[in-house]
Design a protein around this ligand. Structure first.
Ligand SMILES: [Zn+2]
Length: 181
C-alpha cells in the first residue's frame, strides 16, 4: 500500500497488537530490526519517521556528533500500522521493519536506551501533501515539541530544551568573544 507516497511499504492491520505480531514475524523472516514509531512527518519530497531503537540494533555508527540521531537501513522498510494510528494518533503508531545493515548516519546517540532516532525515506509524489501523524518532533533531539509551543510558533522545529541549550551556547560564545576583545 503506497498511500504515503514514499519508498516505504505500508501494511494496515486491525489492531496495534496484531501490527506488532506481524512486524515481529517479518523481522524474524528477513533477519531485520523492528522500530516502534511515534511520529511521521510527510513533506513533498521526503517522509521523516521518528521511532525508538536500541543501540544493539545498529550494525554500524558512521560517525557521532551533536544533533539529530538519524539512521539508514539496507533496503526498503515496511511499516505495520492501523487505520486508527493514522486517524487518531496517540503513543505508538506502528512498527517499522528495517533491513540490515542499520547504520547511524548522523547525530548523537541519546543516553536513554532505547533512543529516539529519525529515519528519512524519499517521496516522489506530485501531491504537495504536508502533514504530521502523531506529534511534531524536534529536529535536534527527536523529542516531542509541546503542542502549546507549536500553537504559539507554528513554524518552530525545535523543542524548548534544545532552544534553551542553543541560546546558552550562543550567549557563552558571545561572552567568550568579549573576554578576548
Ligand atoms: Zn529537542
Amino acid at each position: 500500500m503506497e498511500f504515503l507516497g514514499g519508498d516505504i511499504d505500508c501494511r494496515i492491520w486491525s489492531s496495534l497488537p496484531e501490527a506488532r505480531i506481524r512486524a515481529l514475524g517479518e523481522m524474524v523472516n528477513v533477519g531485520g530490526v523492528c522500530m516502534e514509531v511515534y511520529s511521521v512527518s510527510v513533506r513533498r519530497d521526503a517522509i521523516t519517521i521518528v521511532g525508538r531503537l536500541s543501540a544493539r540494533a545498529l550494525d554500524y555508527r558512521e560517525h557521532e556528533r551533536s544533533g539529530r540521531a538519524q539512521i539508514a537501513s539496507g533496503g526498503a522498510p515496511s511499516f505495520h500500522l492501523t487505520w486508527s494510528s493514522l486517524l487518531q494518533p496517540s503513543g505508538v503508531l506502528g512498527f517499522i521493519v528495517l533491513r540490515r545493515p542499520v547504520v547511524l548516519t548522523g547525530g548523537a546517540w541519546s543516553p536513554q536506551e532505547p533512543a529516539r532516532v529519525a529515519l528519512e525515506v524519499s517521496r516522489r509524489s506530485c501531491e504537495p501533501l504536508e502533514m504530521f501523524i502523531g506529534p511534531a518532533c524536534c529536529v535536534l533531539c527527536n523529542g516531542d515539541i509541546a503542542p502549546e509551543r507549536l500553537a504559539a510558533l507554528p513554524d518552530v522545529r525545535t523543542c524548548v530544551n534544545c532552544q534553551r541549550q542553543r541560546e546558552t551556547a550562543a550567549s557563552r560564545s558571545r561572552n567568550g568573544k568579549n573576554a578576548y576583545a
